[in-house]
Design a protein around this ligand. Structure first.
Ligand code: PSU
Ligand code: MN
Length: 329
């Protein structure tokens, strides 16, 4: 459990809510580095934690999380990994907290928007998905968030209605999410249709095509192309100034040298999907299952690609965050 002082500092959350106070005051624990950077208007990059707990095995997850944070720092921004520890939403984790989360792995609860209240009320440990991370990033005023891939409309989603809450969150929360597109474990054309319905600006980085996570191409065109961190910063700035209220998805293709063969991935995905159906793995267990199975079936190739693309996204995201803070000065 967290120290009692940490809980008493967060008294608003666990005792009484004062509606006259700023939204985040007393509700979220900011790391000292994140708190200082935000108060000075400096660049901060939000990072999710489900990718650490459920997306990669220990100890690769911890190693990657630390390297990712280092890339953010080296490029002039402050990393803000989001997670719920002992019921306390944290924005910015210490090394010890990051290690704790990585070791908890899937013992931490996968926490999407719908799970936040429950995880906090039970004073449990939650690893935030894209939807929950966007929620907390927006609450404390971080407009740039980097991850590997987001959730989407699942294949056969037209029957199961399994559509990730990441997509509705993008429709309602003004945070820019930098990702390598969505995995082809999902239905990419329907995911893009759904994002359009939600009013989400979908931009691709240095291309006209929406990338498919492990590969550069999905066969789907995007309405908006951006060619530099400055282009992205202007897009985010206008979105905020107009108070559109919706998010932006910036899709960065995996670097060519790290792309996994499309046909290898596709056959692994087909087998993993069949297994998931046979074992009746549904709901929020499906994505972690598919990620782990595809990695096994590709002999670890997909994990290596995954790590490489996350690092590339983080590099781009840190530069966008720095460009945005310069634009706003
Ligand atoms: N896609 C990935 N890696 C991930 C995830 C998705 O390539 O780690 C995680 C993210 O945290 C994302 C979540 O927000 O899975 C989506 O889960 P679901 O499909 O249950 O909404
Ligand atoms: Mn789902």
């Amino acid at each position: 459990m967290a120290s009692s002082s940490a809980h008493s500092r967060l008294s608003n959350l666990h005792n009484h809510l004062n509606p006259t106070e700023p939204l985040s005051k007393g509700l979220v624990k900011l790391s000292p580095e994140v708190s200082e950077a935000l108060s000075r208007g400096q660049a901060v990059v939000a990072l999710e934690s489900t990718i650490i707990s459920h997306g990669m095995p220990f100890p690769k997850n911890l190693e990657t999380a630390k390297e990712v944070e280092a890339i953010v720092t080296e490029n002039g921004a402050v990393p803000a990994t989001v997670a719920i520890l002992d019921g306390i939403p944290c924005v910015g984790l210490s090394t010890e907290e990051l290690e704790r989360l990585a070791k908890l792995g899937s013992k931490a609860q996968k926490t999407a928007r719908r799970d936040i209240a429950h995880v906090v009320a039970m004073r449990a440990n939650g690893a935030t998905t894209v939807s929950a991370t966007m929620f907390f990033a927006s609450m404390v005023g971080i407009p740039v968030f980097v991850t590997g891939g987001i959730g989407g409309v699942h294949r056969h989603g037209e029957h199961t209605m399994d559509i990730s809450s990441d997509l509705t969150e993008l429709g309602r929360t003004p945070v820019a999410v930098i990702s390598a597109g969505v995995k082809s474990i999902l239905d990419i054309p329907r995911t893009l249709e759904y994002l359009e319905t939600q009013g989400v600006c979908v931009a691709a980085y240095k291309t006209h095509e929406f990338p498919a996570f492990f590969t550069e191409s999905s066969g789907c065109k995007v309405p908006c192309r951006v060619d530099s961190p400055e282009d992205c910063a202007r897009l985010i700035d206008v979105n905020m100034k107009l108070k559109l209220g919706s998010g932006i998805l910036i899709a960065v293709p995996i670097p060519k040298e790290h792309a996994t063969s499309g046909s290898l991935i596709e056959s692994a995905i087909q087998s993993a999907l069949k297994e998931a159906r046979d074992k009746n793995i549904v709901g929020n267990a499906e994505t972690p299952f598919l990620l782990a199975r595809v990695n096994e079936l590709t002999g670890g190739m997909s994990l290596a690609s995954n790590i490489a693309l996350v690092k590339n996204n983080v590099l781009v995201g840190a530069r966008i965050s720095v460009a945005l803070s310069q634009l706003r000065q």
